[in-house]
Ligand binder design. Structure first.
Ligand code: NAP
Length: 279
């Protein structure tokens, strides 16, 4: 599995990780096995959130004897993101995850609490050793400018944003901003939240042809396209071991310039939308 620098953190992080939204809907032992298979295959970056129901509990079960391997990320709800609220929310997440620290803790999306307050809470958690870094999610470039000012230069580790073949809006301003400031971009819903291009569609045929040339699968090709930029990570969610296996296979090969060009043409970026899309 390829690893890359993640914002200001000293150690590199697996480029393909594991999402967990709705993982608690699956048969519990099957979901735990899938996460553990993902870890076996090097997808050691695990993303969860207090919003995801029992997902944190599923993750806690999956990593209970493997915490050292994992780059563990959770998120605070905007409604809990006051200076004191983030501390209490983080402590609840740590209990559900059965650990004493997060590797990164994110503001899930912008709410009404001033960023200065949220980030002051994050800094407090960092000083206490409960989080190693903090970041944001669903921030557009103007929000990122504000966050940079509010949090202090070089503190922001990542921005987790919607990014898949059918939704490339972040390429207009968010990705360039993050690359310039050394902030990791984490692509969420990299398979379109379950709406992946079918094999009979024109785009699906392009993916299949490129996949065949690499002995890979269309989903692996899609993930590889998304992480073609060195600031980007992807966190596909899989609640079955077979899916986790397949996704991890995207961590090891490269697409040629010509292949990247074909995918770019089949799934065009489109004009910049007025608002950053989010789920
Ligand atoms: P996704 O990863 O794009 O798609 C998940 C779907 O793809 C599931 O139905 C999964 O099925 C299926 N799948 C995964 N691997 C597959 C494979 N190899 N073959 C066939 N199907 C496969 O959607 P997502 O869950 O929305 O996004 C990923 C993660 O990003 C989330 O879980 C969450 O951690 C994060 N996220 C963050 C935000 C945010 O606001 N920050 C928003 C949305 C998502 P199975 O489960 O059956 O394996």
């Amino acid at each position: 599995m390829e690893h890359r620098p993640f914002g200001p953190l000293p150690s590199d992080v697996a480029v393909i990780g594991q999402g967990t939204w709705y993982i608690d809907d699956a048969h519990r032992p099957t979901a735990v096995d899938a996460l553990r298979r993902g870890l076996d295959r090097g997808m050691t970056h695990i993303d969860t959130a207090e919003m995801y129901g029992d997902a944190e509990i599923v993750v806690g079960e999956a990593i209970s004897d493997r915490r050292e391997e994992v780059f563990l990320v959770s998120k605070v709800l905007p409604s809990n993101a006051s200076r004191d609220g983030v501390i209490a929310a983080c402590e609840r997440s740590l209990r559900r995850l059965r650990t004493d620290r997060l590797d990164s803790y994110l503001l899930h999306w912008r709410g009404s609490h001033p960023l200065e307050e949220t980030f002051a809470g994050f800094e407090r958690l960092r000083e206490q050793g409960k989080i190693r870094s903090w970041g944001v999610s669903n921030f557009d470039d103007a929000d990122l400018d504000e966050a940079w000012g509010a949090g202090g230069e070089g503190r922001l580790a990542c921005n987790q944003v919607l990014y898949h073949l059918g939704e490339r809006a972040i390429e207009h301003a968010v990705l360039p901003w993050c690359a310039e400031h050394g902030v990791a971009v984490v692509a969420y819903s990299p398979f379109g939240h379950g709406d992946f291009p079918g094999p009979q569609t024109p785009g699906g045929r392009v993916l299949a042809e490129i996949a065949a040339a690499h002995g890979a699968t269309p989903r692996q090709v899609a993930l590889r396209f998304l992480v073609r930029h060195p600031s980007v990570f992807a966190i596909p969610k899989a609640s079955r071991s077979g899916h986790a296996d397949e996704n991890a296979g995207a961590g090891t090969f490269d697409l040629t310039e010509a292949e990247l060009g074909r995918i770019d043409a089949a799934f065009p970026r489109g004009p910049r939308p007025r608002r950053l899309p989010m789920l």
